[in-house]
Design a protein around this ligand. Structure first.
Ligand code: ADP
Ligand code: MG
Length: 704
């Protein structure tokens, strides 16, 4: 095996596809259309499924009602017209054990694609239709009639691979191209091996060459899985490596403040609370104070479900800073949230002699001048505001800690800007979007993470009920009951304007109808994304002040908004929302003492109903997020997080590869801690692969 510190020429695998044997200029175009531009792209174009004797059945064993997965040779074939004008392509398939009809209704064109004598793999249900018949959901052309000089298919000991293919680049073309080129490509990729043998052995991973070999031509499907794990590790590792570089810059190159603990303020604050901290709060606070009192700069994410008590943990962290003689700032995504925070913080800390200064765009010029003066002189201890806090020429006397609420509302750049002061303040980011641990490690690998996985005791659960559209009147009756008792309500719609394609009831029209016909006695407000921001603001304020009883809204309701008097939420077309989104919405109620309700109105399909039941039956945000990951897949969840982070994993599966992910993070951090610029000869290849894979990301984060 070659040495890791030898420079390697990555360009050999970067040559365009038409230089591969069996790929001329015409075919190259079709490859390109599939995103296969270079030899490397082709090498990494691995099968999406594997079949062998353990997954393929004998035709003689098939029975009506089974899911068939068989390999057969086409004996005869043809298109059958039916009375319903549906044209059906049919083929009689044969293996050593028997024959069966395969029928593709509505796909007569297959007659031109398949030939008699072709060997195909088909999978799909076995039905009864003039005898047993397979209706394939999927098929793969394994062998062309013309090149079957040998005997028929013998599944024993052979693994049939199915590649992602296209009309112009079908399976057999891909197979032929790999047959001619794979060995050469493997030789090239072997020279790019970057993973040290000892690490590879420890993680029980294959070498790069072996991994790709097994993926393309395994002798059992399990071997292919071993190959996949290696590619998955590479993906996860290089993402983590970028993040480890960012982390090093943020926490080591920018030295942290060592906050001195006196307990002068922390203790009285603790004693003034009418309750105990939860175990999770105490743990998070310990992790935070450890960061704050060390010379490493804190760059930590505090994750916790709505109501888990993050704000309180943030407050204690800020008080640790104030106690040590520093200022602390709390940054919220909107002015309403900033005002809400300032109000709550004042109640808790003003009795201790700690000042809270609010700085938002709504301040009159005199108030603003006073606020800026207090911030500049150091008289302001805790400062609360929007991102204007860090953008404006706000001169802090001694800013030691910045807490960012709803951190996903801020971009990568904005968060990076927090580290530019001198000294750079410690940073605590907060997120109320529970995401599975694996996803958090992937998206936020540059951060340390604390999790509040426990709610304060004594919360009443929100009663969640599922209704069909026909039961809407019942829902309205229940909402009216709450309004009559002096409470407030939300009605949430997925869209703003009626869309022609769907029967979604648009919030605007429904607002009119609800105001005039359903709740004429009550005060209604409308909130949606098309309103100007001061209109939104005014409506939200009126709702907070109790001047609006029922708020009709699209999903623009502030996640952090706290209206304890709101006790009921109706979510229309609940089937259109992701589970995590539903969870965020539901968190707007159940914030006061009153029993609260969430009514889901849905016209659900089978799958949707199942999802909604999961949601109805649990209030744990992390469990809901995990269910979401399982149902929607990681791609969708990445999509719902902010851009600039989308890791776009092709081989890694966060649910399955948790062990690899943790190892990838650990090893990436070890490497960077030991060699922050990756200058050591031993890291030459790692550096090369990193640049090749993540040039864009390195630039975005300004590292490397
Ligand atoms: P989050 O910011 O995570 O949504 P908050 O910090 O705003 O949650 O807390 C939600 C509510 O729970 C607040 O009214 C807060 O006073 C209360 N609370 C926080 N921690 C505790 C605790 N340990 N025991 C009881 N109530 C708590
Ligand atoms: Mg909060």
């Amino acid at each position: 095996m070659s040495r890791r510190d030898e420079p390697v020429d990555f360009s050999l695998l970067e040559k365009p596809v038409q230089f591969l044997k069996g790929v001329g200029p015409k075919r190259a175009e079709h490859f390109q259309r599939m995103g296969l531009l270079t030899a490397r792209d082709v090498l990494y174009h691995v099968p999406r499924r594997y079949d062998d004797a353990s997954t393929v059945q004998d035709i003689a064993d098939l029975d009506v009602g089974m899911e068939a997965n068989v390999i057969g040779r086409i004996r005869t074939k043809g298109v059958i017209p039916t009375r319903a004008r549906l044209r059906i392509f049919q083929a009689i398939l044969e293996d050593d054990t028997g024959r069966i009809t395969a029928a593709w209704p509505g796909q007569p064109w297959l007659d031109r694609k398949l030939r008699e004598g072709d060997t195909i793999l088909v999978s799909g249900p076995v039905k009864f239709f003039h005898g047993k018949q397979i209706q394939p959901k999927e098929f793969t052309l394994l062998r062309r009639a013309s090149d079957t000089d040998e005997e028929g298919p013998t599944p024993e000991g052979t693994v049939f691979v199915t590649y992602p293919a296209s009309e112009h680049v079908p399976q057999w073309v891909l197979r032929a191209v790999f047959e001619k080129n794979l060995d050469g490509l493997l030789d090239l990729v072997a020279r790019e091996e970057w993973l040290p043998d000892d690490v590879r052995a420890e993680l029980r991973l294959l070498g790069l060459r072996d991994a790709l070999d097994r993926l393309h031509r395994p002798s059992t499907p399990a071997e292919a899985e071993f190959g996949r794990r290696r590619l998955a590790f590479d993906e996860l590792f290089f993402l983590q490596l970028v993040q480890a570089l960012v982390r090093h810059r943020e926490t080591v190159e920018r030295p942290g403040i060592r906050f001195m603990r006196t307990n002068e303020l922390v203790r009285p604050l603790l004693e003034s609370l009418p309750f105990e901290l939860t175990g999770a709060q105490a743990r998070a606070l310990r992790e935070i104070t450890e960061d704050m009192t060390s010379t490493r700069r804190m760059n930590r994410l505090l994750q916790g479900d709505v109501g888990a008590g993050k704000t309180l943990v943030a407050l204690f962290s800020m008080i640790v800073a104030v106690e040590a003689g520093w200022q602390a700032a709390l940054m919220a995504p909107t002015e309403i949230l900033a005002e809400q925070h300032a109000r709550k913080l004042r109640e808790l800390v003003e009795p201790l002699g700690v000042t809270v200064t609010l700085l938002t765009g709504r301040l009159g010029s005199a108030d603003r001048r006073d606020a800026l003066a207090a911030i500049g002189s150091g008289d302001a201890n805790l400062i609360v505001g929007t991102h204007a806090l860090i953008q404006d020429a706000v001169a802090f006397a001694r800013l030691g800690l910045v807490v960012v609420d709803e951190q996903h509302r801020f971009g990568v750049k904005q968060r990076m800007a927090l580290g530019t002061g001198d000294p750079a303040p410690d940073v605590l980011l907060m997120s109320a979007t529970p995401i599975p641990r694996s996803l958090a490690l992937t998206l936020y690998g540059e951060l340390d993470i604390s999790v509040l996985d426990e709610l304060p005791p004594g919360r009443t659960t929100i009663e969640t009920t599922l209704y069909g559209a026909a039961q809407r009147d019942e829902v309205y009756r229940r909402v009216a009951g709450e309004l009559d008792a002096g409470r407030q309500a939300y009605v949430v719609y997925p869209l703003v304007e009626e869309s022609e394609k769907t029967d979604l009831r648009a919030a605007t029209e429904e607002f009119e109808r609800l105001s005039e016909e359903v709740f004429p006695e009550h005060r209604l407000g409308l909130l949606h994304g098309q309103l100007a921001s001061d209109e939104k603001d005014a409506t939200m304020r009126a709702f907070v002040a109790g001047e609006i009883d029922l708020l009709v809204a699209t999903t623009v309701i502030e996640v952090g908004i706290d209206v304890p008097n709101a006790s009921v939420m109706v979510i229309e077309h609940a089937e259109r929302f992701g589970l995590s989104q539903l969870h965020q919405l539901r968190g707007r109620v159940g914030r006061g003492a009153a029993q609260s309700y969430c009514h889901l109105v849905a016209e659900p399909t089978e799958g949707a109903l199942e999802r909604l039941r999961i949601f109805r039956d649990t209030t744990d945000g992390f469990r809901i997020a995990n269910a979401d990951l399982q149902i929607r897949g990681q791609g969708d969840l990445f999509g719902s997080q902010q851009s600039g982070h989308d890791p776009n994993l092709r081989h890694a599966d966060l649910e399955r590869d948790g062990d690899l992910l943790r190892a990838a993070q650990r090893i990436a951090r070890e490497i960077v801690d030991a060699d922050p610029k990756l200058q050591a000869a031993a890291h030459a290849r790692v550096r090369g692969v990193l640049r090749a894979r993540h040039a864009h990301r390195l630039e975005l984060y300004e590292v490397g």
